[in-house]
Design a binder for this molecule. Structure first.
Ligand SMILES: [Zn+2]
Length: 136
C-alpha cells in the first residue's frame, strides 16, 4: 500500500485549483512569492500556505535570494500530468457537446513589484525624471 499512499500524497497536493494555477505560473520560469501573490491576487499568507503544500509533496522547490524566496517546478513531468488531466477534461466536455474554455494566459500584473517585473519595466521604460542612476 505504501506506493499508493505516496502517489496519493502527490495527487492530493495537485487537487486544488489555486495550486494548479501556481504550477501554471511557474511553468516557464521560477518566480518569487510576491510575483505569484500578485498574479493570483490573493493574500500572501494563503499563497505561502499553498506553496508549502506543493513543496511538502516534492512538486516545487524553493531558494532564497536576498529577501525573496523563489519557487520553481521540481520536475517538469508534473506539468505533463496537468496537461493530461486538462486534455481528459476537454475531451469529456467536448464529447458532451460543450465547449472547454482554457484558462486565460497568465502574464505579470502591471502592478507587480517583484525584482523580475521591476527589471522588465526598467528595460522597457526610460528612467523617470528625477531618477538617479547609480552607475551614470
Ligand atoms: Zn512580478
Amino acid at each position: 500500500m505504501h506506493a499508493y499512499e505516496v502517489q496519493a500524497k502527490v495527487i492530493k497536493a495537485l487537487a486544488h485549483p489555486v495550486r494548479l494555477r501556481i504550477l501554471d505560473i511557474l511553468r516557464e520560469e521560477e518566480q518569487c512569492v510576491c510575483h505569484i501573490t500578485a498574479v493570483l491576487g490573493l493574500r500572501q499568507p494563503y499563497v505561502s500556505q499553498q506553496l508549502a503544500i506543493l513543496r511538502a509533496a516534492g512538486l516545487v522547490s524553493a531558494r532564497k535570494e536576498g529577501l525573496n524566496i523563489y519557487y520553481r517546478v521540481e520536475d517538469e513531468r508534473v506539468l505533463a500530468l496537468m496537461d493530461l488531466v486538462q486534455n481528459l477534461v476537454r475531451d469529456r466536455v467536448e464529447r458532451a457537446g460543450g465547449i472547454f474554455a482554457l484558462p486565460p494566459p497568465i502574464g505579470p500584473p502591471p502592478s507587480c513589484s517583484c525584482p523580475k517585473c521591476r527589471a522588465r519595466r526598467r528595460g522597457k521604460k526610460r528612467p523617470k525624471k528625477g531618477w538617479r542612476k547609480s552607475n551614470a
